[in-house]
Design a protein around this ligand. Structure first.
Ligand code: ADP
Ligand code: MG
Length: 617
């Protein structure tokens, strides 16, 4: 007797449901997507007890006739694709025709729908996959779908449901995701009868984002001007340098309106932010990518959350470039005009790490003009601790143009740094804990992290040196022999070019052994071997897919900068002033190369509030 059996339809739907609807939020995703596909202008989502007891999604979309209303509960019944060619170029959210039968098979399900011009609509009740009733329905045009007691007939699934608040948080996240991409659609979300989100329709994307994240955060977002690179069009809003989150909740990315997660996109973001993002932190993004639907495949993930790009590198590159360009242009006012020269320093946001980026010459200009370098700092002595025989030597010239520099030249060139705060706008009052420089500005109290500031200044010096031919290195009297693991040996071999350009002269010296002959000139470390370990670790933390030459260089440079300054260096006021001046001349003065803030401001208004001289608010 054969052992293989065809599953009865109801059971097959339950199996499919396991993949499509793993929790209430997935039901919401599918139903909201159906409403959007149906052209709805208003979408209401009502949840009871995290969505486990009830989910009701009401829309004013096209509605369905009786025949379609019956058909849509069959598996693989869809109005959205017909042919293989349609599948290769999907423009709707749905296409598999499995959501409704899946949801109906694991809940007490009710569908009520009416087309705009029919007199009477249809109401259908399904209980755990079994059709219970079909009636006439006299409600408003559009569709209302209810799923009660989710997984009531699948105890194994029910066990995996989390606390109601957790489930509801996921439901809310789904609604937010779609609300951001569809500002022209009004959304309402209630939980246990309480209004949670009420978002009127608007033509303005930023207005919608503000409705979801609040004034404070949205006012600090930078607009990504739409640009198309290799068929990939990128636009949206992103957080400035230093604005980040410890999880990916605010890293939202869309492909042709569909919220998606993709490694290529994440790599592109990381590359675009490079040193403007703290390690382990994730950027805040509302980024929209438009592409020919033939150029990717959405049919690779049961929940359609992931896509496969035919040219993942192209996508990564487009994102990296548009993000880095946006960060570089970040000194512009929201209107897009450069700020006129002003007497005082630019107001910095209240005690916030996400300070605006000061103007800087564009990379292209940077490569041509030599910047006036200010007096050398005491913390960077001419002879590093590790060298005994200083010998100026130049690394080979650049082999690859950095990503940023290759951005289209159509980008408006920046005016001179007329609006940048100048070091003279700050009065240095003292240093706290040998680290925090306290300064008075017109706006209030400004604190500079001396160490972080140094790192930023050195990092940019380092990079300028790189761009003009290479970083001077110091030959070691006694070379260092490095014994590495095979994995680290691979990493070093892959990055030999970047290492040499950065003044680290290193060569293979037998299996998994390397000889180091020279190190960057400004390095300040007593333990070069330990420092090299850090470099290897930093290189290892880059994913192989992201390791463009520029990223490897940045990884090495950030490690080098950490070792270029020592904490607890006591600087004189003129030295601090010079440091501040150097910092403000940086391209990205408001965070260190690891993304930590360099300057923090407490405004006079905030001080007044703290001392009760001003009403809070
Ligand atoms: P898919 O979205 O993949 O086509 P679904 O099971 O989600 O599959 O829906 C099946 C079909 O039911 C859709 O193709 C659409 O024709 C119809 N439908 C579902 N929800 C709605 C709705 N809210 N308004 C109008 N039609 C809908
Ligand atoms: Mg669908």
């Amino acid at each position: 007797m054969s052992k293989i059996r065809i599953l009865p339809d109801a059971l097959a739907s339950q199996v499919a449901a396991g993949e499509v609807v793993e929790r209430p939020a997935a039901v919401v995703r599918e139903l909201v997507e159906n409403s959007l596909d149906a052209g709805a202008r208003h979408v209401e989502v009502h949840a009871q007890r995290g969505g486990c007891a009830l989910l009701r999604i009401v829309d004013d979309g096209s509605g369905m006739g009786r025949e379609d209303a019956m058909l849509c509960l069959e598996r693989h019944a869809t109005s959205k694709i017909r042919t293989k060619e349609d599948l290769a170029a999907i423009t709707s959210f749905g296409f598999r025709g499995e959501a409704l039968p899946s949801i109906a098979s694991v809940s007490r399900f009710r569908l009520a729908t009416r087309e705009k011009d029919s007199l009477v609509g249809t109401e259908i009740e399904v209980n755990g996959g079994k059709l219970v009733a079909v009636r006439d329905h006299g409600g408003a045009p559009g569709t209302s779908i209810e799923a009660r007691s989710l997984f009531f007939n699948v105890p194994a699934r029910r066990k995996f449901l989390r606390a109601e608040n957790t489930e509801f948080a996921h439901v809310e996240q789904q609604v937010r995701l779609h609300a951001i991409a569809n500002p022209h659609v009004a959304f309402t979300l209630t939980h246990n009868g309480t209004l949670v989100l009420h978002l009127p329709a608007t033509q303005d994307m930023l207005e919608r984002i503000r409705g979801l994240v609040g004034d404070e955060l949205s006012s600090r977002l930078l607009k990504v001007e739409e640009m198309t690179i290799r068929g990939v069009t990128v636009s949206g809003y992103i957080g400035g340098p230093g604005m980040s989150r410890s999880n990916r909740q605010m890293q939202t990315t869309y492909l042709n309106g569909r919220p998606i997660e993709s490694a290529s996109i994440s790599y592109g973001l990381r590359e675009g932010y490079h040193t403007a993002l703290m390690k382990g932190q994730h950027p805040v993004t509302f980024l929209f990518i438009q592409m020919d639907p033939h150029a990717f495949d959405v049919n690779v993930h049961p929940a359609k959350k992931e896509v496969r790009f035919h040219d993942g590198n192209g996508v990564r590159d487009a994102i990296a470039r548009s993000v880095s360009r946006t960060l570089e242009n970040a000194d512009r006012l929201p209107g897009g005009h450069a700020v006129a020269a002003r007497p005082g320093p630019r107001p910095l946001p209240l005690s916030s790490p996400a300070l605006p980026v000061a103007p800087a010459a564009r990379q292209e200009e940077l490569q041509m003009q030599v910047r006036p370098s200010s007096a050398p700092l005491k913390t960077m002595p001419p002879a590093p601790a590790v060298t005994l025989e200083p010998a100026a030597r130049q690394a080979p010239p650049p082999a690859e143009v950095p990503v940023v520099a290759s951005a289209p030249a159509s980008a408006p060139a920046k005016p001179a740094a007329s609006d940048a705060p100048s070091a003279d706008d700050f009065r240095i009052m003292g240093v706290l804990q040998k680290l925090y420089v306290l300064m008075e500005s017109r706006e209030g109290l400004v604190m500079m992290d001396q160490h972080a500031a140094h790192e930023r200044v050195n990092f940019e010096k380092f990079r300028r040196a790189l761009e003009s031919g290479g970083v001077p290195c110091q030959r070691l009297l006694i070379s260092i022999t490095l014994q590495t693991t095979p994995r680290d040996a691979d990493l070093l071999k892959q990055n030999l070019e970047a290492l040499t350009r950065l003044g680290i002269e290193i060569e293979p010296f037998g299996p998994n052994v390397f000889k180091v002959e020279a190190l960057p000139a400004f390095l300040k470390t007593d333990d070069p071997a330990a420092w090299l370990d850090q470099v290897i670790e930093e290189l290892g933390s880059l994913s192989t897919k992201t390791s463009s030459l520029r990223l490897s260089e940045d990884a090495i440079a950030t490690t080098a900068c950490r070792a270029s300054v020592k904490s607890n260096d006591v600087l004189s006021v003129p030295e601090l002033h010079a440091l501040l001046k150097d910092l403000l001349a940086c391209e990205m003065p408001y965070c260190c190369p690891h993304g930590r803030p360099t300057l923090v401001q407490i405004s006079t208004a905030e001080l007044e509030r703290k001392f009760g001289r001003r009403a809070p608010g």
